[in-house]
Design a protein around this ligand. Structure first.
Ligand code: NOJ
Length: 516
């Protein structure tokens, strides 16, 4: 029987809270909304849910800018609402993961408010502050992911502070032990509350170096192509061991692990990335003994999609590094990249007119790999990317900065449609929703898809029920390297009691399984 922990083989359903279900007619999803839809998720057959950040926040980056880690943003509900959600999730057999943003806070966090005031206050050393160079420029060439410089000027201190994302997301100074203590407290608070795990946001962007900081170096592989994402100057640099992936981050991993280990069966999954080919190396370092349990990998989330051969290369690399372990989590979609349904059609040269078979095939493929997998809300319905949002309705700060050339991430964040006959597709009774409803999604309303026997939701749900009964998937995390022709991915999953040959055919868009 399985000796594996729940998270080693878990299928995790990612909920983008703001767009899941509104319960109080303000146009924004909330915790009570999730609670009312938990049966829909558990009937799909997934093992866990991950909820995007719901802590107090000015929402400049929609929750990834926290101003109070111990409380809930009023627009999402209260701690009591969260308790009810957690109890119900557990009663349905679902584990629950929350999204902890450690690398940076909101600039409205009281500690940053204090820190920015002077060089002498109790929080003066909680963020990264540096003097300007003699010519007034910042001391390194670091750029922000979202455009512009990673250093912003604070007139009160006459110093620059660091932010790898928005200027309203200042980076914590993780070389300060008090910052580590603070995150231990936060971890205890949510584990004491009863949550089963954390998705740790962008941990490779935690900054723990002390000055003098190292410059990034030019990226020799950078090519300005026609694609808007590739043109962003951020990608002209290599960041590892300079701006990002600083070695001291692992002190954070180790501290969090010690906290997690003082509870039963808790899970830490870090979102990590590295320059070019290095993502697996970075993941390996984050998951060494005594650090995080697993990392969330970006490689299958490629913004413009992947060919079958590219997928194979990525999966083979993962097998080479992580075989016999559950230390890796793959995903094809999330709240940061265009939906796989739309971006994969061209590179996979899919002839399936409505894309349904391709979507189901991708869902099955990720569920059959070693480790865990994350399914993003709407994938089980075959949601397209929503590319017709008028510029004046864009909400993602990254998109607002670079539209119309680069639309940002709103295209994959539009609200769920539950019932096509209801106002706003049953997402909200408000007159206006925070992002518009995708018109094409009205034909893929969740509650209607649940009733259709041939829907992606039902086909995937049957598949997940079957998967749970296969020793090769749930009793071991072992697989062979991939084979098959240019349109196939074939591998064996192997456990003591079963060897299962898994074949994913991108010509017929079908998956087949054979016990050998
Ligand atoms: C990664 C999150 O997934 C993304 O949505 C966010 O903007 C950045 N981290 C910054 O926190």
């Amino acid at each position: 029987m399985s000796q594996l922990k729940w998270w080693e083989t878990a299928i995790i359903y990612q909920i983008y809270l703001r767009s899941f279900q509104d319960s109080n007619a303000d146009g924004v999803g909330d915790l009570q909304g999730i609670t009312s839809r938990l049966e829909y998720i558990s009937n799909l057959g997934v093992d866990a849910i991950w909820i995007s950040p719901f802590f107090k926040s000015p929402q400049n980056d929609f929750g990834y800018d926290v101003s109070d880690y111990f409380d809930i943003a009023p627009e999402y509900g209260s701690l009591d609402d969260f308790k009810k959600l957690l109890i119900k999730a557990h009663s349905l057999g679902l584990k629950l993961m929350v999204d902890i943003v450690a690398a940076h806070s909101s600039s409205e966090h009281p500690y940053f408010q204090e820190s920015r005031q002077s060089k002498e206050n109790s929080k003066s050393d909680w963020y990264h502050w540096v003097d300007p160079m003699p010519d007034g420029t910042p001391p390194t060439n670091w750029l922000s992911f979202f455009g512009g410089n990673a250093w912003s000027w604070e007139p009160q201190r006459q110093q620059y502070y660091l932010h790898n994302f928005l200027s309203s997301q200042p980076n914590f100074n993780f070389s300060n032990p008090h910052v580590l203590d603070y995150f231990e407290k936060i971890a205890h608070f949510w584990f004491d509350f009863g949550v089963d795990g954390f998705r740790l946001d962008a941990v490779h962007t935690i900054n723990s170096d002390k000055p003098p900081y190292k410059d990034n170096i030019p990226n020799p592989n950078f090519k300005t192509g026609p694609l808007p994402l590739d043109q962003q100057p951020f990608f002209r640099q290599l960041h590892d061991f300079a701006q990002l992936n600083q070695p001291g981050i692992q002190e954070f991993s180790a501290r969090m692990r010690r906290v997690a280990d003082s509870y039963e069966d808790r899970f830490l999954m870090g979102e990590v990335d590295g320059d070019n080919e290095d993502a697996m190396k970075v993941s390996k370092s984050f998951t060494q003994e005594g650090r995080l349990h697993a990392t969330y990998n970006f490689d299958l989330l490629e913004w413009y999609g992947l060919t079958v051969c590219e997928m194979k290369e990525i999966i083979n690399k993962a097998v080479g590094t992580f075989n016999n372990s559950g230390k890796l989590c793959f995903a094809f979609s999330n709240h940061d990249v265009p939906r796989s349904f739309s971006r994969q059609l061209a590179p996979l040269n899919v002839k399936d007119v409505d894309g349904k078979s391709m979507q189901l095939l991708l869902l099955k493929l990720e569920s059959c790999l070693i480790g865990s997998a994350c399914i993003y809300q709407g994938e089980e319905l075959g949601y397209e990317d929503v590319r017709d949002i008028p510029i004046h309705q864009l909400k993602d700060p990254w998109g607002i900065e670079f539209a119309p050339i680069f639309p940002g991430r709103d295209t994959c964040r539009t609200p769920m449609v539950w019932d096509a006959d209801l106002k706003n597709g049953g997402f909200s009774e408000a007159n206006e929703t925070w992002l518009p409803i995708g018109k094409k999604h009205l034909k893929k309303a969740a509650l209607q898809e649940v009733k259709r026997s041939d829907s992606i939701y039902n086909s995937f749900s049957h598949f997940l029920m079957w998967r749970k009964k296969q020793p090769a998937f749930v009793e071991a995390n072992r697989m062979t390297t991939l084979s098959g022709n240019q349109r196939q991915i074939i591998f064996d999953r192997i456990s003591e009691r079963q060897t299962l040959r898994c074949c994913f055919d991108f010509e017929s868009l079908t998956a087949s399984f054979e016990e050998i």
